[in-house]
Ligand binder design. Structure first.
Ligand SMILES: C[S@@+](CC[C@H](N)C(=O)[O-])C[C@H]1O[C@@H](n2cnc3c(N)ncnc32)[C@H](O)[C@@H]1O
Length: 280
């Protein structure tokens, strides 16, 4: 009975991200995470919220630069992994905590100079609430920076990976808003517009994020998604039931191989994303 009740109450957004172990994917993202942080040109003192922070791909480099950083993520396993990293690095200016980007309970208005969300808040289910919350917790004069994958862009690796994965998965429940809608200019203007931000204060540019590993091949890279990345794990489970698991695997491997630029045996996949900057 207790188990049944727990299942009913489980937030599917949380369950999806706690299902696997995103730290295994984040291992391919460390260098570009640092590059994104460097490109922000931050000067301290600075209070930063990293929203949908995972285990700290951007939160750790921010803290290493001296910012006071709070990482908020819906997945408890990633919050725990982030706090372990912070502790191991002796970073007392970095704390990870559980929270939902749609409703940042306990986070005061105008708390941060910078709210950063790199491929994080885009995965929360209520985009208008997310935009409102990011604006609410950011100080006037501060900024919000988002990194979002772009739908239907063949060079936006994760959007292509998710497109393939979802073609093997049952359709989402009615009312589901695709995370990829955060990669469309008009949606960003509308969402931040409803949060009170005029479009003149929003800039959107295409940028490139690299998935890198010197020693893991594109096939091993895809195997990490199949084993550890919730949305792809769901696709694998569905494909196992429909007898299409080999087809799914070969489509994903083909995607990674076709985008791999590494001359050696490793992986170097450039992935286009939309970089959104909102100045408040
Ligand atoms: C693709 S991962 C990116 C993680 C991290 N930003 C990085 O670059 O390594 C997406 C992250 O968003 C988190 N997430 C998804 N929905 C969320 C929500 N509603 N509120 C907060 N975090 C969320 C997931 O748990 C996951 O850590």
């Amino acid at each position: 009975m207790a188990l049944k009740l727990k299942r009913i109450n489980m937030n599917p957004n949380k369950a999806l991200w706690e299902k696997g172990d995103f730290t295994e994917i984040a291992a391919f993202m460390r260098q570009s995470g640092e590059a994104v942080v460097k490109s922000l040109g931050i000067t301290t003192p600075l209070r930063v919220l990293d929203l949908g922070c995972g285990d700290g791909t951007t939160a750790v480099p921010l803290a290493l630069l001296g910012a006071e950083v709070v990482g908020i993520d819906i997945a408890k396993n990633l919050v725990d992994a982030g706090n372990k990293r912070a502790q191991e690095l002796g970073l007392t200016n970095l704390k990870f905590q559980e929270g939902d980007a749609c409703d940042l309970q306990g986070v005061g208005d105008h708390s941060f100079n910078l709210t950063l969300s790199v491929f994080g808040a885009m995965f929360a289910p209520k985009p208008f609430d997310v935009a409102k919350e990011m604006v609410r917790v950011t100080k006037p004069g501060g900024r919000i920076v988002m990194g979002n994958w772009i739908p239907n862009d063949p060079t936006s690796f994760v959007s292509q990976l998710l497109k393939i994965s979802s073609s093997f998965t049952p359709p989402p429940p009615e009312g589901f808003v695709s995370p990829m809608t955060w990669g469309v200019d008009a949606n960003i203007i509308e969402r931040f517009g409803q949060a009170g931000v005029p479009k003149e204060k929003i800039s959107m540019v295409k940028d490139t994020f690299y998935f890198l590993s010197p020693d893991k091949s594109p096939t091993q890279f895809i195997e990490s998604f199949e084993r550890f990345y919730g949305p792809t794990m769901n696709a694998v489970e569905a494909a196992q039931k429909s007898g299409k698991v080999d087809e799914l695997h070969s489509q994903l491997v083909e995607l990674a191989k076709s985008q791999n630029k590494s001359a050696g045996g490793g992986t170097s996949i450039p992935a286009t994303f939309l970089r959104v900057t909102v100045t408040l």
